[in-house]
Ligand binder design. Structure first.
Ligand SMILES: *[C@@H]1O[C@H](CO)[C@@H](O)[C@H](O)[C@H]1NC(C)=O
Ligand SMILES: *[C@@H]1O[C@H](CO)[C@@H](O)[C@H](O)[C@H]1NC(C)=O
Length: 526
């Protein structure tokens, strides 16, 4: 009985969403975005660093190429919220001069830096010296930072250059990227759709070719949704390995243990280098990162969906994509591939909600009050309806739902938390140190801007695993035939086996093509 009610409600919500989507004419990236013309844009981070170090290309030209790409695409996509082109060009100039000297003298200093001269897009949740950190929250407007976050400082030490700050949902709490300060970011593959969130500005910018990589953070899917919706590789480093100092907004200590950080990039071949760079001086925390991986020795498990009816059914093309991937891992790489069924995965959203609520946490009513007392979210809802609220609808809804959904102290709440723990035990004992689990990140490719609230339960596909702390690489596995929208899967391993998910990501890139640009590519010949 309950099941048929759930199925019916889901059907109604999805029908409304698909009606909305049909009403809004698509704005396909292939048609509306300018083509990529500069071959520099197509180089990986690793190639860029090598070519800058060998003097084959000038760092200044790299920064200029990315600046130009952002200037031609971003008015349509709105991923970038602040730029530091002038500083970046000066830093690039210094690099070029020093490299010229080092090449002449044979001395090695900058030439040893692994990310020398590679620009990156920072998420507007991480402190970058000299830039604002707003997290899309109106009261933070003008909050110029005097320090770099630990991660940003690591990346700079390795030679990388912060180029732009990118958009997030207000306070980074939704899986879209829109706020009252900077507006909304569009998906480069279809401007009428969401890029995902909360690292949505990063992903949109990287995917149209505005940056070789970006810094993501994820506490419920915030690297995985945008990587999936924007056709990119996004890696969640095993939790607690990367220093998260300088991330805003703050979480309670207990909840911040579920926060992971990682790179979002176009090429799987960049992942090892980037993960190592993100770890900085904490590299010993993931000691196997450089271990070679023999895919034929891996046990690969997969599920095509969560088996329930509370979230949107997994899109047939995603299921087909997963089957194609499994066939390739088994035929071409001789991996041992097994389809499995882990029970209760369809309750992921409620498990996540109750488990997070059970931890000491900073309530959203306090966050929207800028940590000064509490705001009444119902009052904000009324103000929103008359256009008098500085908050986005999702933040207001989340603040309301947080007070009324889920009771971790109730019997059903405790049972849900226990189910989450059982899933984790099953998963990790099955995976051991040579197993991979492949699972959708979200049941559909990018959805229409106006439909994300109808589909919030779908986030369970990713958020459940934030409770487990294991490494996950989201990998693009195809493009939908009619709409030209990318979709991906989560590739996960047990904690500290980041090297396994990265090895599978590289195989996926090799066999399925990886990132496919949202625009046309028309390289200028020299
Ligand atoms: C090497 O580079 C670092 C960082 O740019 C700089 O502080 C240092 O002075 C350089 N050392 C030499 C010997 O040039
Ligand atoms: C493949 O993996 C399954 C599950 O771990 C195992 O039962 C089976 O024996 C393995 N097959 C081979 C050929 O190794």
């Amino acid at each position: 009985m309950l099941d048929s009610v759930t199925t019916f409600v889901r059907y109604v919500l999805d029908s409304i969403a698909s009606g909305v989507t049909k009403l809004v004419p698509a704005k396909c990236g292939l048609i509306v975005l300018p083509p990529i013309k500069d071959p520099i844009i197509l180089l990986s981070a690793q190639q860029l660093a090598e070519k800058i170090k060998s003097g084959e290309i000038k760092c200044v030209d790299v920064v200029k190429a990315y600046k130009q790409r952002i200037e031609e695409c971003d008015p349509l996509v709105n991923a970038v919220v602040e730029t530091r082109y002038k500083e970046a060009l000066e830093e690039a100039q210094t690099i070029d001069e020093t490299i010229a000297k080092e090449l002449a003298t044979g001395e090695k200093n900058l030439s040893n830096l692994p990310l020398l001269g590679v620009p990156f897009a920072a998420k507007d949740c991480l402190q970058v010296k000299g830039m604002q950190l707003t997290a899309g929250f109106v009261p933070r407007k003008g909050c110029i930072q005097s320090e770099d976050a630990a991660l940003i400082s690591n990346l700079r030490k390795l030679g990388s250059i912060p180029l732009v700050m990118t958009n997030v949902p207000e306070l980074a709490v939704w899986y879209d990227s829109a706020n009252m300060l900077y507006g909304r970011t569009n998906n480069p593959y279809d401007l009428t759709r969401i890029p995902g969130g909360s690292s949505g500005g990063v992903a949109a910018c990287v995917s149209y070719g505005g940056s070789p990589f970006g810094t993501g953070s994820d506490i419920a899917g915030s690297i995985r949704f945008p990587s999936h919706f924007c056709g990119l590789f996004g890696h969640l480093i095993t939790q607690k390995a990367v220093n998260i100092d300088g991330h805003w907004p703050p979480f309670s200590t207990e909840q911040s243990e579920c926060l992971s950080i990682g790179p979002i990039c176009r090429y799987a071949t960049d992942l090892t280098l980037l993960v190592k760079s993100f770890l900085g001086d904490q590299a010993e925390k993931i000691p196997k990162l450089d271990h070679p991986v023999d895919l034929s020795k891996l046990k690969i498990f997969y599920m095509e969906d969560n088996g329930g009816s509370s979230s949107t059914p997994v899109h047939p093309e995603i299921k087909e994509g997963i089957r194609k991937l499994m066939k390739c891992l088994s035929d071409d790489y001789h991996a041992n591939v097994t389809k499995i069924n882990i029970p209760h995965m369809d309750q992921a959203f409620d498990i996540f909600l109750n488990t997070m609520k059970d931890k000491p946490h900073i309530p959203h009513t306090q966050k929207i009050a800028n940590f000064d007392g509490h705001k009444n979210p119902w009052l904000e809802l009324v103000k929103k309806m008359v256009g008098a609220s500085d908050h986005t609808l999702p933040v207001i809804i989340v603040s309301i739902l947080e007070t009324c959904l889920g009771d971790p102290k109730s019997e059903s709440g405790r049972e849900l938390i226990r189910r989450g723990e059982i899933i984790q035990e099953k998963l990790f004992s099955m995976l051991g140190d040579d197993g991979i689990f492949i699972y959708p990140a979200f049941p559909e490719p990018a959805i229409n801007h106006y439909t994300s609230i109808l589909k919030f339960q779908n986030i369970g596909y990713s958020s459940l695993f934030s409770l487990m702390g294991n490494p996950i690489t989201t990998c693009p596995i195809g493009l939908s035939k009619n709409e030209h929208l990318p979709f991906g899967v989560q590739v996960m391993a047990s904690p500290f086996n980041d090297h396994l998910t990265i090895a599978v990501a590289r195989a996926i890139e090799e066999k399925l093509g990886g990132w496919k640009p949202p625009s046309r590519v028309e390289l200028k010949s020299n």
